[in-house]
Design a protein around this ligand. Structure first.
Ligand code: FES
Ligand SMILES: [Fe+2]
Length: 386
């Protein structure tokens, strides 16, 4: 089995070494001013949600649906979804909605079942969504089973992620949606992984502020002086723009030490790490032992809330006790940084935004990854149908 690869072009490495040597960083074209109201306005949130609903959404990991007939249910931006591994190996995605009068046909979060029975009046559905049984059919007047299957949703599995499109308006293949990020994501080899651990957190923070924190290159030495700030260079970053998506590269201090000593070589690619940022709400970071994968979901009602889902993905073929111990340690470090440093800081930003939702926040030229998130969201909102 392949392991996650931090493949980078010679150009990226060269640029990083130059930045470390000269104290520079990649720069966006101009300073970006983002209205503070973008973090507090319900109307703005509604338009962002309209953007999300036109895009393929990362609904589950392939590894959660390993065997035929295994299923998971998800609440995808408020839409109840049922995902089932089909006999032909593909994943079927359905509205988790009974064709009778709309009950959820499956209430469990995950499991394995030959068919699904709605608890309200007992209608049952095969794993492929076909309606198979209608109790008291005579009393109902004769239900045409052939046209009352569960309603299918557009779904595609790629790079170990099950993507679901709630509206299918974009109608795009995932490879097209990912564009230049497709091959980069393939390098991370998430399709060979399983979930080692995961955590879901509800936070009183706008989703974009959480995303900002996850991709911000300017804060480690200040906000995490004892943790990641000691290991990662602050504000020396290389930004690869893939259009809708992008990748932000950071360097370990180890590399800057070598650059300063004049001993850096091609071998030192491993001291540069690439955070692949998939618009709108995902970030995937390879580490030597695992993949760190974030999804940040907006709350549907409250612009000042988000639902954060962090997963550590591992290649089971190389997982042993020693590696597991290292991953557990990484988890503790991440948890500490996120819950004791990042989220509390972001909460102060949200509190200020709530109190004074006028004016704007500044995203400087050296903050290209964060700029990209906000610029891209503006572009997508402008492209919404009137
Ligand atoms: S709502 Fe499902 S059987 Fe009636
Ligand atoms: Fe942070």
């Amino acid at each position: 089995m392949r392991s996650a690869m931090n493949k980078m072009s010679a150009d990226v490495f060269e640029r990083m070494v130059t930045h470390l040597r000269e104290g520079t960083t990649d720069l966006a074209d101009s300073i970006l001013h983002v209205p503070i109201a973008n973090f507090t306005s319900k109307e703005h949130l509604d338009r962002e949600l309209a953007v999300f609903r036109r895009l393929p959404l990362a609904a589950a990991m392939s590894s959660e649906l390993r065997d035929t007939k295994s299923f998971v249910t998800r609440d995808l931006l408020g839409a109840p979804v049922l995902l089932v591994r089909q006999k032909n190996g593909e994943v079927g995605a359905f509205r988790n909605m009974c064709r009778h009068r709309g009950g959820k046909v499956e209430l469990a979060e995950k499991g394995k079942k030959p068919f699904f029975v709605c608890a309200y009046h007992g209608w049952s559905y095969d794993g492929d969504g076909a309606l198979r049984g209608v109790p008291f059919d005579d009393h109902l007047g004769g239900i045409d089973k052939s046209c009352n299957s569960l309603i299918r949703l557009a779904c595609e599995e790629r790079h170990g992620i099950v993507w679901v499109n709630l509206t299918d308006e974009a109608g795009s293949r995932i490879a097209d949606y990912l564009g230049d990020a497709d091959a980069r994501l393939a390098d991370y080899a998430a399709d060979g992984t399983v979930i080692f651990m995961e955590q879901k957190l509800d936070v009183p923070i706008n989703w974009k502020l959480v995303m900002d924190g996850a991709i911000d290159v300017l804060h480690p030495q200040f906000l995490h002086p004892k943790g990641v700030g000691k290991r990662i260079e602050t504000s020396a970053s290389v930004w690869e723009d893939f259009g809708r998506h992008g990748r932000s590269w950071s360097a370990y201090k180890r590399l800057s030490d070598k650059v300063k000593a004049g001993t850096a070589s091609d071998e030192d690619h491993r001291y540069v790490t690439g955070n692949l940022i998939l618009f709108p709400n995902a970030s995937m970071i390879p580490t030597p032992t695992h993949l760190e994968y974030w999804n940040v979901w907006p709350d549907l009602e409250d612009p000042a809330r988000a639902h954060v889902h962090i997963r550590f993905l591992v290649d089971p073929a190389v997982l042993d006790d020693e590696r597991a111990a290292k991953i557990n340690k990484s988890w503790e470090i991440l948890k500490q940084a996120a819950t004791e440093e990042d989220f509390p800081m972001e909460e102060t930003i949200q509190a200020n935004a709530n109190a004074w939702p006028v004016g704007d926040f500044i995203y400087g030229r050296g903050e290209a990854p964060c700029q990209h998130l906000h610029r891209q969201m503006s572009r997508e909102m402008d492209a919404l149908p009137a």
